[in-house]
Every structure is written in structure tokens, then in C-alpha cells.
Design a protein around this ligand. Structure first.
Ligand code: 4AD
Ligand code: MG
Length: 497
């Protein structure tokens, strides 16, 4: 058996593929089957004159997603998907599929989400999952090659790492347990045993907000390093992101193309990323330049919308006389333009809101999605914002020795409006201060006894961060919503399939 992505090695030879019918077209004496096998697509041709009647009949019975074994000669053909075409000699049928609910025509997002188990087979979904896989592998490589030990944090926990408002509570033999929001606190214990560790696991947040950036179950990668301060931590985060982007560019050109990702934007991701303090970020938001920039953005968006509408009119007038193939293309193009127009309309609605919120942003307030978008507006790389007001950050953050109101925390914000992908910082390493923080946050000391003890037995300065896998996948794939970045997304309104 040969996989489709190995076909180039078999030019001029006979191969047997096993897979599914991705698409099938029949003409009088030819049947064109596009086969997919998970590794790629291959166009196959059954010619009535070249095969026994029985093979022709089998080919005639096939439907989209029927499962087959197909044997034929590999011919080089520039025009075919993948540059090769299979001249079919034999077909075996594993199963004939019932009429497949997902067809090349457009489906609504709700329909697709209800059919996620099948939607995963579609081209763009396939591409996104391959990129997710590259990212996961790259992360492991990055840390393993730098002497980090991968360790797992528990999923049932007795305490809250990231505030008590979005905890999932479960019944744990008549006690309360929570699904972990972050492996960090355990990561800190493990770093004191191994120096440099990283966790890679599922984390849970009972997010009631239905945004395109929030899942209730998502995967987080959390390195934790003994003897690292905040600047070292930021450097590591930056190096890791550059590494991941490079790996995706190197391994997933085809997938990026399928997703119509603007690859040029990713090629610009190089160190160093801008580092700005929270205080500078607030100033930037408040500045007259920010107001001007948003005015320019408004003008640009309006102009773009006009141009797109003209293009749409031209396509509409062409549609009537167009041939079938071209009609399909036009439909596609119209879909893309309309999606972009929706986006522009949303931006135009948002711009006045953004202008107000930027101007009114006060020191001490946390940043929201729109602030993040504005702060990265002119940047090609992610931006690191450090030194947040301690008030808005978690209890475990160490304070700036120069200014007790500031926490030594950092967020990395992805460009192109993808928002925060990393949160992290330096940890409080003093026992007394940490006790005090627990009190201030109304957290039960008893549940955190073990965590406090880490500060009694060989406490050292240490830091770490958490990378959200799905937000990273969304950014690199250019996907608007995190629901397409994980095989089976869990959100407030979604538990099926
Ligand atoms: O900023 P967060 O809450 O940080 C922590 O949990 C720290 N304990 C991490 C650490 O220092 N070890 O979450 C980290 C990242 C965010 O930047 C975001 O990318 C992602 O996790 N994230 C989510 N992704 C999808 N859905 C959600 N509901 C998310 N919440 C956070
Ligand atoms: Mg955060």
C-alpha cells in the first residue's frame, strides 16, 4: 500500500491506494475520482475502454466518501492535484457511503459544527489540523532540545490557579474538586525538582463569554524555570514563537495555501519582538496618534469596501453567461468577498467604540480584545506587554521591587488581531508575602499549603508562562475563530459531537 503523499516516488509504476472518494465526476466513457487518504488527494481516472466491465460498474456505484482500494499506474500530469494522475486498473470497495451531508457547496457554521465528526475530512479542516500537529511537535522539539523535562500536572485540583470565577466544579467522592485552569502551580513544584520543565495538557475554564477566542477546554503549554527572571522568561517566549513559526513555514506550505493564509505576514516573524510596559501601552492608547490611526483605518476600510463592491458587481454580471466550472469559481469568489465585506462592516461599527475606549483607558484597567488589536496594529510581529497593574493579575505574581503596584507579568499579543497568546511572569518567591496575597485574594490557605511550602525549602527566583495552543493555531492558520483549531471544540453551547 502506498500513501498519496508518497506517489511522486512511484511515477510510471503501479500502486495501490486505500482511501475515500473525495469527489467523483462521470462523463460518457470516463470516471474521474479524486481519492483522499489522509495524506493528500490524488486524481484517478477510470476509462471504460481500458478496464474490465466489472471495474467500470464498481466505479459507477461510488459516491462521495465511499471507501475504496484502488490500483493503477502513476502518470505525471501537471494539471492534476499533486501533479500526478492515477490510471485505474482495479477497484475494491470497502463500503459504499450513504448520501454525504457535506457537499462542496456552502454550509452554515451551525450545520458544520453539528457534523464536526465529518467536517474534519474537509480540505481546510484537514489543513488546520496538520498545522496544529506541526505546532505541537515543534513545541516538544523546542523544549526537549533545550533540556526541559516534560511533566504532567493533575487535571483534578483542589485549588484555583487563575481566580475563582470560571472554575468547573466536580463531585470528587463527596468533596469538591475542580478541573484545572492551569498547570502552573504544579509546574513550579516540578521546576524545583528538575530546573526547567514544561507541561502540555488540557486546561478548563467555565467561560460564559461566547467570543471567538474562548473555549471551555483548551490545551496549554506551560514552561516553568528555576532561576529565570522576567526578561529571561520573555526571551524564551520570543524564541519559542519564532521557532514554531519557522517550523510551520517549513513543513506546511501546502496547508497554508489551502487555508489561503497570507504567508508573507508569517515570514516577518523574527526576533526581537517589541517589548512595551503596560504604562507605555496605556499612553499609546490615550494618544492623539491612536485617534488619527483609527481615522485612517476608517478611510482605508471604506475605500476597500467600495473596491470590493465593484468587484462583486462585475462578478454578478459575468455569472449569467459563465460555464459551470467558472460559475463555481465565481461563487467561491463571491463568498470570499462577502466575508471580507462583513469583516469591514464590523470594523467600521467598531472603530468609534475603539476610539472611545482607547481614549478613555485608565491606568489600572485590564486590556480587552480591542486594546490588544490596537496595540499591535502597526506591528508585523507579536508584541510583549509587561508590568501590568498587580490588581488585575493573579495572586502568585511577583511585584516589581521598584513599584509595588506593578506585577512582573507579561502577555504576548499576536498581530493581525489574534490577541493574547501567552500569559506569564515571574512568581512571588517569598513565603510571607505569598501568604499575604492569598489572604488578599480570599483563597483558602489550607489548599495552598503545599504551594507555600515551596517557598520554605530552597525558594529561588523563578518564572514561566502559558501558551494557548488553539489561539496560536488560529493565528498561524489565519482562522477567525478558535472553534476550527481543535478537533472537537468545547464551548459554552457545544458538547456534541
Ligand atoms: O493568561 P492565562 O490565564 O495564564 C495562565 O493560566 C498562567 N497560569 C500561565 C502560566 O504562567 N503558566 O492563560 C494563558 C494562555 C492565554 O494567553 C491564552 O492564549 C490561553 O492560555 N487561554 C485560552 N485559550 C482558549 N480559550 C480560553 N478560554 C483561554 N484562556 C486562556
Ligand atoms: Mg492572560
Amino acid at each position: 500500500m502506498v500513501y498519496i503523499n508518497e506517489i511522486p516516488e512511484h511515477a510510471g509504476k503501479q500502486v495501490t491506494l486505500k482511501g475515500w472518494v473525495y469527489n467523483i465526476r462521470t462523463s460518457k466513457k470516463l470516471i474521474f475520482i479524486i481519492v483522499r487518504d489522509g495524506s493528500g488527494l490524488c486524481q484517478s481516472v477510470v476509462a471504460q475502454d481500458d478496464v474490465p466491465q466489472e471495474v467500470w460498474e464498481k466505479a459507477s456505484r461510488l459516491q462521495q466518501e465511499s471507501a475504496i482500494e484502488i490500483t493503477g499506474m502513476v502518470n505525471v500530469d501537471e494539471r492534476s492535484i499533486g501533479g500526478h494522475e492515477l490510471h485505474v486498473r482495479d477497484i475494491n470497495i470497502f463500503s459504499i457511503a450513504e448520501e454525504y451531508p457535506i457537499t462542496p457547496k456552502e454550509h452554515g457554521i451551525e450545520f458544520l459544527m453539528e457534523h464536526r465528526h465529518l467536517w474534519l475530512r474537509s480540505r481546510k479542516q484537514w489543513a488546520a489540523m496538520r498545522i496544529r500537529n506541526t505546532i505541537i511537535y515543534a513545541i516538544h522539539r523546542f523544549f526537549q532540545e533545550r533540556g526541559f523535562i516534560q511533566m504532567d500536572a493533575p487535571i483534578f485540583t483542589g485549588n484555583a490557579a487563575e481566580g475563582t470565577t470560571n472554575l468547573f466544579e466536580t463531585d470528587y467522592f463527596d468533596r469538591k474538586a475542580y478541573l484545572t485552569q492551569s498547570g502552573q502551580l504544579y509546574g513550579e513544584a516540578m521546576a524545583m525538582a528538575h530546573g526547567k520543565i514544561y507541561t502540555f495538557g488540557p486546561t478548563f475554564r467555565a467561560e460564559k463569554s461566547k467570543t471567538r477566542r474562548h473555549l471551555t477546554e483548551f490545551w496549554m503549554i506551560e514552561p516553568e524555570m528555576a532561576f529565570y527572571d522576567l526578561p529571561m522568561n520573555m526571551e524564551l517566549a520570543e524564541e519559542m514563537i519564532v521557532f514554531i513559526v519557522q517550523e510551520v513555514l517549513e513543513n506546511n506550505r501546502e496547508e497554508l495555501e489551502i487555508l489561503e493564509r497570507n504567508v508573507g505576514k508569517l515570514e516577518h516573524i523574527k526576533a526581537p519582538f517589541p517589548r512595551i510596559s503596560y504604562t507605555e501601552a496605556v499612553k499609546k492608547l490615550n494618544s492623539p496618534e491612536m485617534q488619527e490611526k483609527l481615522d485612517t483605518m476608517k478611510r482605508d476600510r471604506k475605500r476597500e469596501a467600495e473596491e470590493l463592491k465593484d468587484a462583486l458587481t462585475a462578478l454578478n454580471s459575468e455569472f449569467g453567461q459563465a460555464k459551470k466550472g467558472r460559475k463555481f469559481q465565481i461563487d467561491r469568489k463571491r463568498g470570499e468577498i462577502n466575508a471580507r465585506l462583513d469583516q469591514i462592516e464590523e470594523d467600521l461599527r467598531n472603530i468609534p467604540v475603539w476610539k472611545n475606549s482607547a481614549l478613555g483607558k485608565k491606568w489600572g484597567e485590564d486590556f480587552g480584545g480591542s486594546d490588544e488589536t490596537l496595540l499591535t496594529m502597526d506591528e508585523v510581529t507579536p508584541v510583549m506587554v509587561y508590568g501590568y497593574p498587580a490588581e488585575v493579575k493573579a495572586f502568585y505574581m511577583k511585584r516589581d521591587p521598584q513599584n509595588d503596584e506593578i506585577a512582573l507579568g507579561v502577555d504576548m499579543i499576536a498581530p493581525e488581531g489574534y490577541g493574547e497568546i501567552i500569559g506569564g511572569g515571574q512568581r512571588e518567591d517569598n513565603h510571607e508575602i505569598l501568604m499575604q496575597r492569598l489572604k488578599e485574594h480570599n483563597l483558602p490557605e489550607e489548599q495552598f499549603r503545599w504551594y507555600l511550602e515551596l517557598r520554605k525549602y530552597g525558594s529561588v527566583p523563578h518564572s514561566g508562562f502559558g501558551l494557548g495552543l488553539e489561539r496560536t493555531v488560529a493565528w498561524l492558520c489565519g482562522l477567525q475563530h478558535v472553534r476550527e483549531t481543535i478537533p472537537f471544540p468545547r464551548m459554552m453551547g457545544r458538547l456534541y459531537p
